[in-house]
Design a protein around this ligand. Structure first.
Ligand SMILES: [Zn+2]
Length: 509
């Protein structure tokens, strides 16, 4: 299968304008085979030609470097809450919410459709499969990614420890309602051995599947949610197969409070979660440090020395009131920063363009010199080069270059976001919403065109998703009522953390 993108403009970050052309781009199989004069001449007979009319620009497909697909059906469902109380509602381990494989398939597909429509070609899905990651559910998630045509790297985001090991300030547990205390003490739904068995299935069945488009990662969820032994086993698996390691680190002030002596989690011994990871020997260049909002200079030095990548989720960080990540301090240290949606329940889209815009805006309130605010070029570098680094695919995705994967978004510069045309980078970061995307290619296959996904029957899938999720709604509402009972205890933890001096501030206003 070959595609000739004819008379197109082509993303070129080395040029002041950000692009070159009009010219031609030839895609053969899953690879960009030629750009420029040789492209048209080299097109095999039968190659499909897509005309760019000299005003379509070929960009690298967007990389959504951090995402949780299991909440794809919950957009706009919740009021804004801090992460710790939000999670009571987001992912209850209630058997009544155990999805059928078809539900898991459709749920995953909802996100894939939205991403492909708007030009996102790669996703890293840190999938929490509650209550536990059964093989048939893993298969359903991966099959949805296989069928949709998107490039997906998937891990199992399963906590291994009870809430009492994850939160500070739970010393007053005795005073709680016995049922609430029991819920907080309840063991995680799946133990380490079961989780490692699930990884055997994920890696053995799906890593490298669909011509390499699908792959596995490992996830510790967060340092405070797993034992060092389980984390070590995942790190071994990651090293053996060169898999990214997903780790939510210092997303919230409550997590920073874990490092304050006397807050009740003695295993951290006054160390930040970054220092704790480093001391365990588990901070390395395969780690995606997700969020990194409440990090200090020492944490950043350690992240830089390890060669780890930070996954930045600015919309989620605002929706959950987590705070503002120190973007400039990371860039100054050469830490690669990638961009992520995080979740459809706290973004509340699966549209990476919104994250791009927010990354270009929120750091302007850092109080720093305006020269230190992120430039559109830096934001786009995070989107593409940072995203590729997070996925351990530098040079293979995130570029429009001969030999790179043909993961491409074709945008119309005659669309409203670019009319009149002023500046490509500025209009990509501040103006584009996905509405200018005319075609999305993944691994050389046209998967979305004219605003619709063409790899699957989009309308039928959406209709089925509406029907199945409506049927689940009563069970969902019952779990929310149960979360209401636990809410005051966790809310008290968050409030105490907010009053605790953690030696820094990442809140504004
Ligand atoms: Zn996350």
């Amino acid at each position: 299968m070959s595609v000739l993108l004819a008379d197109v403009l082509v993303w070129d970050p080395s040029r002041a304008s950000g692009m070159t052309g009009p010219t031609d781009v030839l895609v053969v199989d899953d690879t960009i085979a030629a750009i420029g004069e040789t492209a048209r001449a080299g097109a095999p007979t039968g190659a499909r030609t897509i005309d760019g009319h000299e005003h379509h620009v070929v960009l690298p497909g967007l990389v959504n470097a951090h995402f949780h697909s299991p909440a794809n059906h919950l957009k706009g469902a919740f009021r804004s809450r801090p992460l710790e109380t939000f999670m009571l509602y987001e992912s209850p381990a209630d058997p009544a919410l155990r999805p059928t494989p078809r539900e898991a398939y459709l749920r995953t597909m909802l996100g894939a459709l939205e991403m492909l429509r708007t030009g996102t070609t790669s996703v890293q899905d840190d999938a929490f499969l509650m209550p536990s990651p059964e093989p048939e559910i893993i298969d359903a998630v991966m099959q949805a990614y296989a069928d949709s045509g998107i490039r997906a790297t998937v891990a199992l985001d399963q906590p291994e420890l009870p809430d009492t090991d994850k939160l500070p300030f739970l010393d007053g547990l005795e005073g709680l309602d016995p049922e609430v205390a029991a819920a907080l003490r309840a063991p995680a739904p799946a133990a380490a051995a079961e989780l490692l068995g699930a990884y055997d299935h994920l890696v053995g069945t799906w890593h490298g599947a669909a011509g390499g488009r699908l792959s596995a990662a490992v996830s510790i969820s967060a340092p405070q949610r797993v034992s060092p032994e389980y984390w070590g086993a995942l790190d071994d698996l990651s090293r053996a197969h060169d898999l990214p390691v997903f780790a939510h680190v210092l997303e919230t002030r409550t997590q920073r409070a874990l490092s304050v002596p006397g807050t009740g989690q003695d295993r951290f011994a006054g160390r930040s979660l970054v220092q704790y990871a480093d001391d365990l020997g588990l901070l390395n260049d395969r780690v995606n440090v997700i969020h990194a909002v409440w990090v200090d200079d020492d944490d950043l030095d350690r992240i830089a020395a390890a060669g780890a990548v930070v996954a930045h989720n600015p919309v989620s960080n605002l929706r959950l009131g987590s705070g503002v990540m120190p973007f400039r301090a990371m860039r100054d240290r050469g830490i690669p920063v990638a961009l992520g949606v995080d979740e459809a329940i706290c973004d509340d889209t699966v549209n990476t363009w919104g994250v791009v815009k927010q990354a270009g805006l929120v750091h302007n309130v850092s109080g720093r010199d305006p020269e230190d605010w992120p430039s559109p070029a830096e934001v786009l570098d995070a989107l593409w080069e940072g995203g590729a680094a997070a996925m351990r695919r530098t040079g293979r995705i995130g570029r429009v270059a001969v030999g790179a994967q043909a993961d491409l978004a074709v945008l119309d510069l005659h669309a409203p976001a670019f009319t009149p045309f002023n500046d490509l980078r500025g209009q990509l970061v501040y103006c584009e919403s996905g509405g200018s995307v005319r075609a999305t290619l993944v691994a050389g296959v046209v998967v979305a065109e004219g605003g619709r996904v063409v790899s699957v029957d989009e309308a039928a899938l959406l209709a089925e998703a509406r029907e199945l999720h409506a049927a689940r709604r009563p069970a969902l509402e019952r779990t929310w009522a149960e979360a209401d009972a636990i809410l005051p205890a966790v809310d008290a933890v968050v409030r105490r953390a907010a009053r605790t001096d953690v030696g820094m501030n990442r809140w504004i206003g």
